[in-house]
Ligand binder design. Structure first.
Ligand SMILES: C[S@@+](CC[C@H](N)C(=O)[O-])C[C@H]1O[C@@H](n2cnc3c(N)ncnc32)[C@H](O)[C@@H]1O
Length: 214
């Protein structure tokens, strides 16, 4: 492997770490808002389109019982990998375009970078399927790229009377979009990158929207 390739892999890891830090900070802010009203230990969480299960493992650390956390994905390999990483968390293979088993009910449903890949119509289908198993007063945590494809879905959720907006934050303005941020990640303190985020022009790459079913 050339040193150029090694450097870019390292840069990528640093940017990933930086983006994880940004995202975790926002998720933590949103959990804190919910924890003001609800006991997190009484809630059941679903990570819909959980991939390799990283978020489910972080959630399981946050709550007192890992059985409170479930993850689903269409990809069997992702499910098998996730099960191996933490057998105490329940994972199931599921196509989000199909209704979920009726008996399954959740208080918090996460969709992290899982919706942008669907057309607007399919995003609606996925949300309808998930809404059917969201308990009254339950929450959707939607973190996704801030693109034209997600824009309509974010606006619609913010406007509908069936949901109250609990948290809405655009983040990662310079992330990946601005070369210096990629080069600087890992070489300067995160705080400096945060400052860059605040002052550089450009579009935020990610958006976190948390809504509560009214
Ligand atoms: C970009 S990954 C995000 C994974 C994870 N949420 C994360 O943030 O790391 C998108 C995930 O959606 C899953 N996915 C794609 N289409 C799906 C569908 N119809 N039903 C369920 N999962 C699906 C993919 O298998 C993949 O794991």
């Amino acid at each position: 492997m050339s040193s150029r390739k090694q450097l870019s892999d390292l840069d990528f890891r640093h940017v990933s770490l930086y983006s994880e830090t940004l995202i975790n900070e926002q998720l933590y802010n949103a959990y804190s808002l919910i924890a003001k009203d609800r006991n997190l230990d009484e809630l059941v969480f679903l990570d819909a389109g959980c991939g390799r299960g990283q978020l489910t493992r972080e959630l399981a650390d946050l709550v007192s019982r890992p059985e409170q956390v479930l993850g689903c994905d269409i990809d069997r390999d992702c499910i098998e990998f996730s099960r191996k990483m933490n057998p105490a968390i329940q994972y199931f293979q599921h196509d989000l375009l199909q209704p979920l088993p009726e008996q399954q009910k959740f208080d918090v449903i996460f969709l992290t970078t899982a919706l942008a890949q669907f057309s607007h119509q399919d995003q609606q289908q996925v949300l309808n399927n998930l809404e059917a198993c969201l308990n009254p007063g339950g929450y959707f945590f939607i973190l996704d790229v801030n693109s034209d494809r997600t824009g309509a879905m974010f606006s619609q959720l913010k406007q509908t009377k069936e949901y109250a907006v609990i948290y809405n934050r655009k983040l990662a303005r310079s992330l990946l979009g601005i070369k210096p941020a990629v080069m600087l990640a890992g070489r300067v303190p995160f705080l400096f990158l945060r400052l860059m985020e605040a002052i550089v022009p450009g579009r935020n790459m990610l958006q976190l929207l948390v809504v509560q079913k009214t």
